[in-house]
Design a protein around this ligand. Structure first.
Ligand code: APR
Length: 250
C-alpha cells in the first residue's frame, strides 16, 4: 500500500519534523511490545512485580534479572528498515527530533543523532542511593541456557548502594530534561509522525494533542487503531519497517 500522497507531501515539506515512537517501532527487530499481542510483555509478566520502585525494593534480584534479559534481547536485535529510514531522513532534516518511549538503543544504532528517551534506557543503569553510573561495563547475559529468574544487582563502587535499571518505572516521574526537550520538539515541529505506540501511557500520550492544538499535521503509523486514531490528521495502517522506507525514500 503506497503512502497517502498527502502524508508524503507533508514529509517532503517538513523542515522541523518530530517523530514520537513506541514499542511498535522495534517490533520488527524482534523486541517485544508491551500490550498488543499475546507475546507482549504485559501479557506474560506482571508490571506490578517487575516495573515499579516497590517491586525493586521487594525483590531487587527478580527485577534486575528481568531487565538483564530485556537488555540481552535488545543487544541481539538489529535496527529495522524503519529505524534506518528515520536516520536517513535526519541527514536531510538536521532539525528532526525523535522522541521515544523505547528503552532500547535501536534509533541510535541506526544512526539517528537526536533521540530523546522519555522512559530512560536499558543502557543507563545507576546507583539507587547516589545515582552514579556503574564504574565499569556491566556483564551481559550469554546465550547459553535460559535467563536466570533472579540475579543480584551489582553494587555501586562509590557508595555500596545497589544498581537499578535506568528506566522509568510505573509511578515514577519522567526525567525533567528529556521531558522538557520533548515538549520543545513538539512545540516547534511542523509535522509529527506517531509510530508504533498504543497512546495509553501518559504523559507521552499527551504530546500529539499539543501538536494538533497548534494546527500541525499529526500522522499515526500503526497497523492497529489507538485512542489517537480519531484525532490524527491522517492514519496510515502499516508497520514501521514497511511504511517508513516508502514514506521517506532516499
Ligand atoms: N509497526 C508499527 N506499529 C506497531 C507494530 C509495527 N511493526 N507492531 C505493533 N505496533 C503497534 C501496536 O498496534 C500498538 O498500538 O505498536 C503499539 C505498541 O503498543 P504498546 O505495546 O502499548 O507500547 P507503547 O505504546 O510504546 O507503550 C508505552 O508503556 O509499558 C510502558 O514504559 C512502557 O514505554 C512503554 C509505554
Amino acid at each position: 500500500m503506497d503512502p497517502p500522497a498527502e502524508v508524503r507531501a507533508w514529509c517532503q515539506a517538513a523542515r522541523r519534523p518530530c517523530v514520537l515512537s513506541g514499542a511498535g517501532m522495534s517490533a520488527e527487530s524482534g523486541v517485544p511490545t508491551f500490550r498488543d499481542t499475546p507475546r507482549s510483555l504485559w501479557a506474560r509478566f506482571d508490571p506490578a512485580t517487575l516495573a515499579t520502585p516497590e517491586a525493586y525494593e521487594r525483590d531487587p534480584a527478580l527485577v534486575w534479572a528481568w531487565y538483564q534479559w530485556r537488555t540481552h534481547l535488545v543487544r541481539r536485535a538489529q535496527p529495522n528498515e524503519g529505524h534506518v529510514a528515520l536516520a536517513r531522513w535526519a541527514r536531510s532534516r538536521p532539525e528532526l527530533r525523535i522522541v521515544t518511549q523505547n528503552v532500547d538503543d535501536l534509533h541510535e544504532r541506526a544512526g539517528s543523532p537526536e533521540v530523546i528517551h522519555l522512559h530512560g534506557s536499558l543502557f543507563a543503569a545507576r546507583c539507587v542511593a547516589c545515582g552514579r553510573p556503574p564504574s565499569q561495563p556491566l556483564a551481559s547475559l550469554g546465550d547459553d541456557g535460559p535467563p536466570p529468574l533472579r540475579l543480584p544487582p551489582p553494587t555501586c563502587a562509590a557508595c555500596g548502594g545497589l544498581l537499578r535499571p535506568g528506566v522509568v518505572w510505573f509511578g515514577e516521574a519522567l526525567p525533567p530534561g528529556p521531558w522538557q526537550a520533548a515538549l520543545d520538539a513538539v512545540t516547534r515541529c511542523d509535522l509529527l509522525l506517531v509510530v508504533g505506540t498504543s497512546g495509553l501511557v501518559h504523559p507521552a500520550a499527551s504530546l500529539p494533542a499539543q501538536a494538533l492544538a497548534r494546527g500541525v499535521p499529526v500522522v499515526e503509523i500503526n497497523p492497529q487503531p489507538t485512542p489517537l486514531s480519531p484525532l490524527a490528521s491522517r492514519v496510515w495502517r502499516t508497520t514501521a519497517a514497511v511504511g517508513l522506507p516508502q514514506l521517506l525514500p532516499d
